[in-house]
Design a protein around this ligand. Structure first.
Ligand code: AMP
Ligand code: FE
Ligand code: FE
Ligand code: ZN
Length: 278
């Protein structure tokens, strides 16, 4: 029998991924995955479609989302799993983020205009089904299409990165506040990709918050690079989770299922998800 593998981190067109929820589910099955959580940025919009597609395709799908937070002035992503999709706390936080995202895109379009880059809201939204889930990668793509930069990476490096002139965060939510909301919804709160946090003071402080786990296996990081996070999680008795952070063709080197967790880990999340649905 094929080994059970579950990818706990991926994105769809409901945020900045390029495949629809149904397409991600079909790809998960053809990639040999047995379990999946879709973790769009600040959105659970993928779920009605993903759950139905998962049921039909015979893959176990559990709730997930990747929340944007700010901790000690630094952008930090927190993953949440296993909450009920009807949990008002999660729905409310996602709704606040949708408003934040719409407003900050306006702000960033204004900052880009000051630099001579003419991009309209129509340019950003016309290729999407919904105004929801909009983010910097959509702005970067518009900049490439208009010939203002050669690729998405250049757009981030010169203009859209956190420390660049055209960046706006909008009204932020703290990591502590976000963890509290996830816990109210009986979900698990997980520190996403600590591999990417280079500020040791921020990291140390984050590990003192009431997290339930760490994303130890991440994208294409190697076993030796993941070791550090596995050992911290082990010492603190935290869940050791992981996933690919698949986004589709915007990050072509990251394949769905390139990081994953085994069945016993997935069962902990799935059991809580089922309890929360009951
Ligand atoms: P936002 O949530 O709107 O602030 O956008 C953040 C997202 O932009 C991240 O989750 C990545 O998917 C993407 N991103 C960040 N930096 C880069 C980069 N240098 N190149 C491509 N995509 C990036
Ligand atoms: Fe993203
Ligand atoms: Fe992230
Ligand atoms: Zn992600």
């Amino acid at each position: 029998m094929q080994e059970f593998r579950a990818d706990l981190h991926c994105h769809t067109t409901c945020s900045d991924g390029t495949l629809t929820p149904n397409e991600v589910i079909q790809l998960a099955v053809s990639s040999g995955l047995s379990g999946l959580s879709i973790t769009d940025h600040d959105s659970i919009d993928a779920y009605p479609e993903a759950l139905e597609a998962g049921k039909k395709a015979g893959i176990e799908v559990i709730s997930g989302v990747e929340f944007s937070t700010v901790h000690m002035g630094v952008n930090i992503h927190l993953l949440a799993y296993s909450f009920s999709l009807n949990a008002p706390e999660i729905q409310h936080l996602c709704a606040e983020h949708h408003k934040r995202r719409e407003n900050r895109i306006k702000e960033m379009l204004f900052l880009l205009k000051k630099k001579g880059f003419e991009i309209s809201e129509e340019d950003i939204y016309s290729t999407r089904n919904s105004k929801r889930g909009i983010g910097r990668p959509h702005l970067a793509k518009a900049m490439v299409e208009k010939g203002y930069v050669k690729d998405i990476n250049e757009a981030f490096k010169k203009f859209l990165g956190e420390d660049k002139d055209c960046y706006a965060s909008g009204k932020s939510h703290s990591a502590e506040e976000t963890i509290e909301i996830i816990h109210k919804a009986k979900g698990f709160a997980i520190l996403a990709h600590p591999h990417l946090i280079d500020n040791t003071a921020v990291l140390k402080n984050l590990l003192e918050t009431p997290l339930d786990g760490i994303e130890c296996y991440y994208a294409r990081f190697s076993e030796s690079q993941n070791k550090r996070w596995l050992s911290i999680a082990e010492n603190k008795n935290l869940l050791k989770l992981g996933g690919s952070d698949f986004h589709g063709s915007v990050k072509p080197k990251i394949f769905l299922g390139c990081s994953w967790v085994p069945q016993d880990t997935f069962s902990i999340l799935r059991n809580r998800f089922q309890e929360n649905q009951a």
